[in-house]
Design a protein around this ligand. Sequence first.
Ligand code: AMP
Length: 588
Amino acid sequence: MKFSLVADTLGYMESTTKRLELTQHLVDLFKKTPPEIIPKVVYLLQGKLRPDHEGVEVGVAEKIAVRALSKSTGIPVTKIEREYKKVGDFGQATATILEQKMQTTFLKEDITVERVYDTLFKIAELKGNRSQDMKMKYISSLLNDSSPIEGRFIAKIITANLRLGIADYTILDALSIAFTGSKENRPLLEHAYNVCSDLGKVSESVSKEGIESLKHFQVSVFSPVRPMLAERVKSPQEAREKMGNQFAAEYKLDGERVQIHIEKDRVVLYSRSLENITSYYPDIVEKITKSIKSSRIILEAEAVAINEDTGEFLPFQELMHRRRKYNIAKAVQEYPITVNFFDVMFIDGKSCLDMTYSERRRILESVVVEDAFARIMPMTIVRTDDEVEDFLENAINSGCEGLMLKQLDSPYRAGARASNWLKLKREYRNELGDSLDLVVIGAFYGRGRRTGRYGALLLSAYDEDSDSYPSVCKVGTGFTDESLDQFYQILSDKIVVKKDPRVDSGLEADVWFEPEVVIEIVASEITLSPIHKVAQDKIRKGSGLALRFPKFTGKIRFEKTPENATSVNEIITMYNNQKKVIQSEKQF
Ligand code: AMP
């Protein structure tokens, strides 16, 4: 299949911001794609070669890409660099350079999707000293046969700059329409995706074998399962309204969620966003098999930093010291952890997802042998508000964030935020209640002491219904000098020339970012806003919702993807709850 079909689709998609149109372009492309190539097309559309958890990264330094372009066109490096500087986008610069070259030569052959994909895969696998030359050779040979638009997207993919932001859910919609005739079948595709977390695999199955094949998707070791998420509640009463008179209460520890896959001696760890994080936790890999009485199992746990002398739980930030490439052994010693198991997803060849919470907990208690390192999450069955309060008190005193409340007869709902799991935090009961996890979509340059860095950030929530990022506030307080430097550095990688099509903002930022970085914010109130776009027209025509007096808490939520950020529906619920509180206060 010609790569130009994919490049043209990406080109159309770049020029529209409407989700329906984006989906339609994908449907048209999928219908033209032979089933055996479908997975490759699906990965390439997202600038990937394999699902994220496999860690196959094509990322080539721009310097090498520039040299490769020079080699394939005969145009000097300095001229290419000048063009790049002028347009500020390497993909666009590549297209312009290839156009100049086309005026003097003819294209030799059509490049195919297979050729592009296979070449990028070879590049991703190259390692070691001499790899730079080989990478350059592969890229220049591809660009040599590329048209300007093909070259533009190849350049973007190899430098990890394809920022169309085509979300998983848009691709699932398009696959459903293209191969089953309607969007109605999306839940089946979604189920398959939730258990294997591999869009390529799902797309191959539905395009080759049809909708029925999706029912056979099963949990398997070393394929991460998309995690179940919790809704928030503000009080034990609210929890009881949602869950009935008897449910489980577990400690909610403030660490990193880790999905642990074990088969014999092999241990692989996945983060909440399903990245492979095995290398950050060599201590889990080394010790865990001794604590688990099964040789083929998938478990979920919260890894939490502790003070070994006092046994006290330490905040999540401490774990971030392990996020480094070198000297991990030293970090492991300096920042010791405990692993606190709270769920089991698979054991000895059988999925546990359809079992009830009680059954899964029973299995968990029978397979985990507790010691100072491996523990089972403290849990108690609660029947009254007082029992919840007491357990909450215990949890807070032990250094927890609060409680997780879980329905006893509920299955594990992979990939869903469901009301069978609720989170109850102490602060929920004052002011706004909970903190919010918001996505950084833009920034404003700083003045005075903040010159040369960002002075304020523009933040958004996540709108699950339209897969978009509506703005909710501008935040300029809560930053230290250190965090301002850190933001400047982290965000410099995320800058985009044009606002991401999914970003919907009422303010014009100085700089726009790819919506990726999630940070924690507290605020005093949610108010109607003529500027910000969360819940636009939903509460009042012509208004959205905004946060009043937002403040950065100091937590960058590295473990959260932007889709895990606080959703628009959650903000609407918080707004309505806040109104209830104000009304009931007025009655007194
Ligand atoms: P939040 O990040 O506030 O939405 O809370 C959900 C997170 O709490 C999960 O992703 C886990 O990392 C963490 N967590 C801590 N304790 C538990 C528990 N007992 N059960 C489930 N998740 C937990």
